[in-house]
Design a protein around this ligand. Structure first.
Ligand code: FE2
Length: 294
């Protein structure tokens, strides 16, 4: 089984690259550099974690997952070859764009583009936030988590579980109006972050429900909230604390049509002793999604 170490990066497309620069530098507090085709947003010692490309649409394009090295990458290719999924070895131009040594890409059973990579390239220059954000929580926990649409839910979940080696952290059934509801499965990979991926049983035109990045203190959440208001980003969900990963966070709109969750205090799980549950509420308090999604 492939052991994915963490969420390495995401790629997004936008018709308004200046808006991503504003969100990146002024709201998120990341350092933003020009790169081929758009902007590279840096949040740690890596060259880029969010790659924002100029294009004709506002959407999420791809999720990058990393394995430990060449051996794991080769085993991942063997695993993919045993599945029904068509996969494509990335060209040298694609690998250069993602700043990795090697890349393979494929669409999951719901059509989300996934990239599996190894060998990130970096000059290890320090992350210096233009807004004074001390540090984002990355490293062994990966860059954060992403929530992707999975209208073909059972098939998509089976693919992540059986081919990519994700484990189920817990379940939420989104059911605001009664009826059967829509499932959200929270999935972990080979690190302690409660979930690096969640699958939402529904269609999302922008290709992503939300992306989460994490900071180290409550004050950093408050400062980011102030910056969101000051720099014209739209609040999508009020401050709150999730029941499952215990993240304290708020959400705002990105220029690529999906929401960004800015969080603090996420649980780090010892998977040997974890007990999975199905929660009937999203949050312990707060998180009014009707402000942005209603
Ligand atoms: Fe989240």
């Amino acid at each position: 089984m492939v052991q994915i170490r963490g969420l390495a990066y995401v790629v997004v497309e936008t018709t308004d690259i200046a808006a991503w620069r504003n969100v990146g530098e002024n709201v998120l507090g990341m350092s933003v550099l020009e790169t081929a085709g758009g902007l590279a947003l840096k949040m740690d010692e890596r060259a880029q974690r969010i790659l924002a490309l100029r294009g004709n649409a506002n959407r999420y394009l791809a999720t990058g997952w990393e394995v430990g090295g060449q051996g794991d990458f080769d085993r991942a290719l063997e695993q993919l070859a045993r599945s029904d999924i068509q996969f494509h070895i990335g060209t040298s131009a694609e690998a250069a764009s993602r700043k990795v040594r090697q890349l393979v890409w494929f669409l999951d059973p719901s059509g989300n583009r996934q990239e599996l990579v190894w060998g990130f390239k970096s000059d290890f220059s320090r992350f210096v936030s233009p807004q004074g954000v001390g540090r984002f929580v990355t490293g062994a926990l990966g860059m954060g988590h992403t929530v992707l649409p999975a209208p073909s839910f059972d098939e998509t979940y089976a693919f992540y579980k059986e081919i990519l080696g994700f484990g189920l952290a817990d379940i939420l059934v989104h059911n605001p109006a009664g009826g059967p509801g829509q499932r959200i499965y929270f999935l972990h990979c080979g690190n302690g972050r409660h979930h690096s991926l969640a699958l939402f049983e529904g269609e999302v035109p922008a290709g992503c429900v939300h992306l989460m990045v994490e900071v180290e203190s409550m004050d950093e959440i408050g400062r980011a909230y102030d910056r969101m208001l000051r720099h014209g980003a739209k609040l999508m969900c009020t401050l709150g604390r999730h029941v499952n990963d215990e993240m304290i966070s708020f959400y705002f709109a990105t220029p690529s049509g999906f929401a960004m969750e800015f969080g603090y205090g996420g649980r780090v799980i010892d998977w040997e002793n974890h007990v999975a549950f199905e929660s009937t509420a999203v949050s312990l308090w707060g998180h009014d999604f009707s402000v942005g999604f209603g």
